[in-house]
Design a protein around this ligand. Structure first.
Ligand code: DGL
Length: 270
């Protein structure tokens, strides 16, 4: 691998753009190739075995393209296949950075009352990944996990914010309010895109924890340690590989990233 190779990032759709956004800010000189597996969206309601196989396939595709680092910008994929993909990366000599661990650490550190909520897809909640990550930190915490099967699909469409959407989100927030969490992990990379709505429903005092910033810092540390940081460049390149509808992805992605995606997104078979 050389410092001029791109960093590969993937998610089931547009959610991982919340991680890419932080990377573009913190690592402006790097090149990124983002794979949005929207042809297989949603990941979060797939059975664990199916999801693990698919996530490994997508990771393998990016590794075959010669990325110098792989970022799993999807909680569901990390929960189902994080260990396997780390192994694939190690075989290829490519470091793998994932979500889940960084948010758990931040939440355990900033929670005042020790009541931490996790809002995530059914796949992530049923994997127990957050519970294990939080338990491993050794701080006594009361954890309330809520599975939100409909939230990522609402966001993936380009959220419409009508009464039905508000009711759905209110329903997901109710057990978190009841549990009096003071810190909520947004355990799906799609969710930061509706952070204002969640903050309003939970109240200003609840900390919303997302992964992007911590992931960008982890990438920087890892690349610096390997002497593979792209240096001396002001703006690197960013490109998108999409397994589903490229135009729909580019339209929603442009809005979310506030960068033009058209001409940078292409269809790919995985
Ligand atoms: N963005 C993905 C995650 O972080 C999941 C959305 C989905 O495909 O269900 O879990």
């Amino acid at each position: 691998m050389s410092r001029s190779d791109p960093i590969g990032v993937f998610d089931s759709g547009v959610g991982g753009l919340t991680v890419l956004h932080e990377c573009l800010i913190s690592l402006p000189g790097e090149d990124f190739v983002y794979l949005g597996d929207s042809g297989q969206f949603p990941y979060g309601t797939k059975p664990a075995d199916e999801l693990r196989q698919r996530a490994e396939q997508v990771a393998g595709h990016l590794l075959d393209r010669g990325v110098k680092m792989l970022v799993i910008a999807c909680n569901s994929a990390t929960a189902a296949a994080g260990d396997e993909i780390r192994r694939l990366g190690a075989e290829a000599g490519v470091p793998v950075v994932t979500v889940v661990g960084p948010e758990a650490e931040i939440a355990a550190t900033i929670s005042g009352n020790g009541r931490v909520g996790v809002l995530a897809t059914p796949a992530t909640v049923s994997s127990g990944a957050y519970r294990r990550a939080l338990d491993a930190l050794g701080r006594p915490l009361t954890v309330t996990e809520v599975a939100a099967p409909d939230l990522a699909p609402i966001i993936q469409e380009g959220p419409s914010f009508d009464e039905a959407v508000l009711d759905t989100v209110r329903g997901y927030c109710a057990p978190l309010r009841e549990a009096e969490v003071d810190t909520l992990i947004l355990g799906c990379t799609h969710y930061p895109l509706v952070a204002p709505m969640l903050q309003r429903m939970l109240g200003r005092d609840v900390n919303l924890v997302t992964a992007g910033h911590a992931i960008a810092a982890a990438i920087q540390r890892e690349l610096a340690g390997r002497d593979e940081l792209a240096e001396g460049r002001i703006e690197g390149d960013y490109r998108f590989l999409v397994t589903g509808d490229v135009d729909a992805f580019a339209e929603v992605g442009t809005r979310f990233l506030q960068l033009p995606l058209s001409g940078r997104a292409e269809k790919v078979e995985v």
